[in-house]
Design a protein around this ligand. Structure first.
Ligand code: ZN
Length: 111
């Protein structure tokens, strides 16, 4: 095993196996999207990842959607959920899981 692969295996066992590939397929891109979006992708992989995206509109779209969701979630932070949204969520949960679900009962206790 060469130095880069050995170091990568220590850093991130998820990415390491993909370093062996000369080019990535759609399923590889799917498996690596979170590393990419989180900015934790190894440089050697990033080049292959970008090359696949440049040639594959489906993966481009999928990565863009994931990035949008991650960016949106990161701007929510610890903001309080508005009371009305809490009530609507609780109502939706009740419809979905039933009024007497133990989890919902626990939620009611908290408030
Ligand atoms: Zn693809």
């Amino acid at each position: 095993m060469d130095e880069e692969k050995r170091v990568s295996a220590e850093i991130d066992p998820i990415q390491a196996p993909f370093l062996e590939l000369t080019e990535l397929e759609c399923s590889d891109v799917g498996a690596l999207t979170s590393c990419y979006v989180d900015g934790e992708m190894l440089h050697a992989l990033r080049t292959k990842f970008d090359a696949h995206l440049a040639a594959c509109p489906l993966c481009q779209e999928s990565v863009a959607q994931t990035k949008f969701v991650v960016d949106s979630a990161s701007t929510i932070g610890d903001r309080e959920i508005p009371r009305e949204a809490q009530l609507r969520l609780r109502e939706a949960l009740r419809d979905r899981v039933g009024f007497n679900s133990p989890k919902l009962a626990a939620l009611r206790q908290e408030n």
